[in-house]
Design a protein around this ligand. Sequence first.
Ligand code: F6R
Length: 364
Amino acid sequence: GKQGFEHFMLKEIYEQGDVIERILNHYLDINGRQLNTGLQPGQSAAIEALNIVACGTSYYAACTARYWLESIAGIPTDTDLASEFRYRNRPMSSHTSNLFISQSGETADTLAALRYAKAIGCPCLSMNNVPTSTMALESDTILPTLAGPEIGVASTKAFMAQLTVLLLLSIDCARHNGSMDFDQELSLIKALHELPSLFHRQLLTQEPIIRLAQMMATSDHALFIGRGQAWPLAQEGALKLKEISYIHAEAYAAGELKHGPIALVDEQMPVVVIAPPDELQPKTLSNLREVASRGGKIILIADSQAIEASSEFITAAIPMPQVDPVLFPLLYTLPLQLLAYHVAKEKGLDIDKPRNLAKSVTVE
Ligand code: F6R
């Protein structure tokens, strides 16, 4: 049941801290020190390049993880939508490692992509939330996401679980190919262990998000922008908003704005700017000023310092606590989910069962 929550989606958002803990308990060995992804050490060391294939929210998890795999583990990573991957005759040898991400493990396009890669003889990993799913059964190696059953049609805790396991996979590959030392690994694992309590505190301070949701509920459109890992997060935030609130939301890499989309900006346009304090933040904040000078209503999700520094340009802000920069994607996902949730709630919509959508898409 919903255990007192008004919707499954909200319950599942609240469960995310526990999900991260469950994943850490599963993937760390008995001493809580060494990671065990279920990949043989030789297997993770042997991943020279990775191809990740998925649909929807799972695809955005893949796009976020690309930055970890490349920057932490030095593994060149491609991401593909399953419905495109299958038909574009990508040159692949039997040495290309592929990872298929699917919460349900039943998504028709992702399953077909897995079968396509298997037929070529490629090593196939899959990341699923349903251990008995068709994809789990047909893969060489399974990385379970352990989020527990997800009832809300809009994926929340499964996305968080995918991100967490993808980060652990990146760390595991980095250790085995020598790009990360043991101290760095320990400090990341420690920061991950502290994340659930940060989530808990964020969930206690939803007031700014609720006020913001009341403002956004009357909009017909919204833009989401970010750079680096904040770009796929912007895409995920826009997807969440459109699927449950039916507001037309688009995401852009912040640097792309002036190549066209900025023409959309006027006084009616809310622009959600995701700007964690990383080395790209100054650039994102300068894009923010460009949008502000066109009249856009800026909503800034960032650390308090950046919010302070941009105060004259913004309409609203969601202040975020400090955390190891590697973990920004996990932390900054939370306000995006809550924003979509509260906007849909404000509009009185059927949050757990949005129109036209099914929990698992078993047709192509
Ligand atoms: C969005 C959502 C969908 C799924 C997509 C893939 O909230 O839930 O975009 O992510 O249909 O589903 P899986 O991961 O089951 O393959």
